[in-house]
Design a protein around this ligand. Sequence first.
Ligand code: ADP
Ligand code: MG
Length: 147
Amino acid sequence: RHLPYFCRGEVVRGFGRGSKELGIPTANFSEQVVESFPSDISTGIYYGWACVGNGDVHKMVLSIGWNPYYKNVKKSVETHIIHTFKEDFYGEILSIVIIGYIRPEKNFDSLDALISAIQDDIGEANRKLDLPEHLKLKEDNFFHMPE
Ligand code: ADP
Ligand code: MG
């Protein structure tokens, strides 16, 4: 109902759940940005487009979940960009458009099960984002920030 949802904000340090060690780093938005989200948006996994600073627009998968750092009373919003970056980009401005919903949040029995679910999410995002109606949003003026 809230989609597509456009959002821009600074990338902050997360709580080091070791996403990067799993090969799936997630760029966390600040608490302030998360608070600005519609409060009734469903937790779970989404797909869309993302760009760092004035960089290229890439496919992404995004998780909206309960933030363990705040005893699960606040949400966290984490974006995994489907692209290999040369360097970390903490402190930079991340722009995203959230387009579609993939699945609800789940608990997994094993790390392997978690990783394979995320690989599936990335596969689904890849396929969906190749659809013409979704490619259109990649070119949206939202991603062309003034200098
Ligand atoms: P944290 O707990 O600080 O969020 P992560 O292990 O989730 O740590 O790593 C996230 C950081 O990795 C991002 O803030 C960003 O600087 C960097 N990074 C590098 N490549 C990517 C990518 N493809 N998608 C998202 N973040 C990335
Ligand atoms: Mg993270």
